[in-house]
Design a protein around this ligand. Structure first.
Ligand SMILES: Nc1ncnc2c1ncn2[C@@H]1O[C@H](COP(=O)(O)OP(=O)(O)OP(=O)(O)O)[C@@H](O)[C@H]1O
Ligand SMILES: [Mg+2]
Length: 403
């Protein structure tokens, strides 16, 4: 009787083992494919392009009517945009639209002498929409007149990709937070770079960010308890608080040294939470881990208070389980839950596949109702967070303990 191997001689001849060289080959094929996909998505331009605004969308953004808008254009005080023909609408660039918002919307801006406000999006559960939340919040806050810095602390670099940069192609280690972590740079000014989106700069990420997870504990061992590792990023953004109105952190889905740093650097925290059983369960362990951690830091003389902590019901599906889990979330997190929910839409998937978000759309060719529902939800979310930031600048105080 023949053995199985004798029956399948060809298997013996094939070496199916995979070593470093093969892994490197897979990696370079993936990088090449991603670069091609990105270029195809962004075609005909090689870079991402910000949306434009019509007279109607700009009026809505500023909260003024078209008569006033036309009057201001006739006075020549604000950018006139580009006329599309006699009696037709005008087209405004994002930069022009932001100039209009700052001048006309009446929305409060950062008062002189006040520091930029930092917010961290955190949840150790993967896929809980942290990156989407940071991207849309960043874009939304620029559309309310603010200058925003987004800091990508996730080696996956998804936020970096949404901002039009490919982590392994357009970013090197020196462009990330790593030189700050190594103590080679005193603060993060070196790493802030403009994006395609007027008013939004980024500190990008790439895979080498993992190095922080080895370097930081080695320094802790070396300097014993004297090395306050949780303050590296917080110290690194200190001078940037004069430059930016809002600084947002995107974090990896894990309790890493970088996510701890971001949590400690945030004045506010947003926990995006899709109402799904597993997301709910893991959010419970997030609070447990984080409060243990802060308690430990406090024993070492650190202190942590958030100006606000908000739970965002995100990617809310219309299935039968969602209302049940939503009820658990409301009962658990009570007043921390923001009074807005982001619906789950296939549009979000389409947009992220195109390296974009809802705010990247100038004109939606698909279902208008779906688009408006999602857009209104994101606008509502951005407004709520903007109000919290403004309240902090203009004096309504009140922090929330975490430990
Ligand atoms: N409102 C939404 N409806 C449907 N899908 C969404 C919505 N928001 C985000 N998504 C999709 O969910 C997926 C996860 O989102 P995202 O990358 O923002 O999560 P994340 O928490 O940052 O993930 P990770 O933990 O891996 O960093 C993405 O494919 C994104 O396009
Ligand atoms: Mg992410």
């Amino acid at each position: 009787m023949k053995t199985a191997m004798q029956l399948m001689p060809s298997l013996r001849a094939i070496d199916t083992s995979i070593g470093v060289r093969e892994l490197a080959n897979i990696n370079s094929r993936a990088e090449e494919m991603l670069a091609n996909v990105r270029d195809a998505m962004l075609s005909p331009s090689p870079a991402k392009i910000a949306p434009t605004f019509t007279t109607t969308t700009l009026s809505a953004l500023c909260g003024i009517d078209k008569t006033r808008l036309n009057y201001l254009i006739s006075k020549g005080e604000l950018p006139p945009g580009e006329a599309q023909g006699v009696g037709k609408s005008r087209i405004f660039t994002l930069a022009e639209a932001r100039q209009w918002v700052r001048a006309e919307s009446g929305l409060p801006l950062r008062p002189e002498g006040k520091s930029g406000f930092s917010i961290v999006a955190a949840n150790f559960k993967g896929g809980s929409t942290k990156t989407t939340t940071v991207m849309t919040l960043g874009q939304g806050l620029t559309l309310r007149g603010h200058k925003v810095l987004v800091i990508d602390l996730d080696p996956q670099g998804s936020l970096t990709a949404l901002c039009g940069l490919l982590p392994e192609k357009d970013v090197v280690e020196e462009d990330t937070v790593i030189p700050l972590i190594y103590g080679d740079m005193p603060d993060l000014s070196y790493a802030c770079r403009p994006t395609y989106w007027d008013g939004m700069d980024i500190v990008p990420a790439m895979a080498s960010l993992f190095a922080a997870e080895f370097y930081i504990p080695s320094q802790v061992m070396k300097h014993e308890d004297k090395f306050r590792f949780w303050e590296i990023i917080s110290n690194g953004i200190a001078p940037l608080r004069d430059v930016y109105d809002v600084i947002l952190f995107d974090t990896p889905p894990a309790l890493s040294y970088l996510s701890i740093n971001a949590l400690m650097a945030g004045d506010g925290m947003i926990v995006p939470l899709p109402p799904r059983t597993l997301d709910y369960a893991s959010s419970a362990s997030f609070w447990a881990l984080f409060s243990d951690l802060v308690e430990n830091f406090e024993k070492q003389g650190a202190s942590k208070r958030f100006d606000f902590v908000s739970v965002l019901l995100s990617s809310v599906a219309s299935d039968t389980a969602a209302p049940i889990v939503k009820d658990w979330i409301l009962k658990t997190y009570q007043q921390l839950v923001l009074p807005v929910e982001i619906p789950s839409t296939s549009m979000a998937g389409t947009m992220s596949a195109q390296f974009g978000s809802i705010y990247d759309i100038s004109k939606w060719d698909g279902n208008t109702k779906t688009y408006l529902r999602a857009k209104q939800a994101y606008d509502g979310f951005v407004d709520l967070i903007n109000q919290k930031i403004i309240a902090k600048w203009y004096g309504e105080d009140g922090g929330q303990d975490v430990a």
